[in-house]
Design a protein around this ligand. Sequence first.
Ligand code: ASP
Ligand code: MG
Length: 440
Amino acid sequence: MEKLQVYKFGGASVKDAAAILNLCRIVRDFGPQGPLVIVVSAMGKTTNALEEIYDLAYRGADYSAQLMALEDYHRREFVAICAQLPPGPARPPEDAETTDLESGFADMRQAFQRAAAFNDYDEGYDQLVSYGERLSSYLVSSALMRMFPGGKVQPFGAYAMIKTDKTWREAKVDWPVTERQTQHLVSMLLDGADIVVTEGFVGNAAKFGETTPGQVTTLGREGSDYTAAILAYCLRAESVTIWKDVAGLLNADPKIFPDTVRYPEISYRETIEMAYYGASVIHPKTLKPLADRNIPLRVKSFLDPAAEGTLIHDCQHPALAPAFIRKTDQCLLSFASKDFSFISEENLAVIFAALAQAKLKINVMQNSAISFSVCTDFVERRVHQLLDLLREQFTLHYNTGVQLFTIKNYDAASIAQLTAGKRLLLEQRTRSTFQFVCQA
Ligand code: ASP
Ligand code: MG
């Protein structure tokens, strides 16, 4: 078999019928000669909508209007796709496809009815919020099947491949099992399929042979990039291409910062660091599996597919333009020992253990004689859990609604530019990065 390529299409690139038709044209006009695996995100802002619906359902509140709106959105775009791409000779009739979509909705409705029964909020989240990818992969594979008739396109569920543990919402991949299970996909490609479509973001924690529902896991928000990297690693792909609504990997998010520049070429290492600090272009876990097997990653614009984009691979390059990264919705927490004793290793160990228990990740931290500060994403439930765990031992202060800025490869001018007019609550500098927390 020729070496395969992996394409990942994010939410914006599948947000409606027009976007999905554009995806089909990219595959037709720019796609590889050899086999292709396509990983798709949920359509548009579906995951956010599902999070809200799940939240209502879990609390026993009425969510029916929102769920109906989400169904209608998928139904409407599906009808629009069918109107524009006639079924090929080997396609099932349209009413069969529609029936499949409707039974997907019915399945989702039933699942939501059971939402309040989950003891663990995060476990229920994975079972329900993952429906976004299931629906979008159905729409995308239906569209592609119409564009490439004759059995060339096959959908294949990611659950059947990506095996994880039960760290709900942040599941960890079981690499050996996943590598074995992805071989099914290779046999499909050998069997005449040229294109396999699968869902990003989701995995499966069921034990071997277990078929009970309720074992779906998710890989973390924006995790579809990671799915693409997992599959590329396991299948030893030739390359991965992430199709985005920007021209490539930029030194800042153009929605936030003016005058961005594109990096034509950049190393894995630089990109991993940018993703770690919160550059939203690529999910942070994506790079390691690719770097491990030396698989190049391209970031290209689905709005301008002929343009060069960015090539991320093992390379040397001259000094890069400073990168600006902003994380919003942060919480700055400070812990002081109650008896004015110094912050010791023992105290820090207690704080770290509590952070891990509350599943809060440290985005930046700073230690002083009698207090220790951390900046984390503000997930209200988790922050309260943390405060409950530590209240007895420490005096606690926290600010919500703060922002964390990082400048990677900073210089004096970039620091002056970004800090101007802001009141800094915390500031830190290493050889290559300058970070600060300020009020939003
Ligand atoms: N749909 C998921 C999210 O929005 C995963 C992804 O898009 O990568 O977070
Ligand atoms: Mg997305």
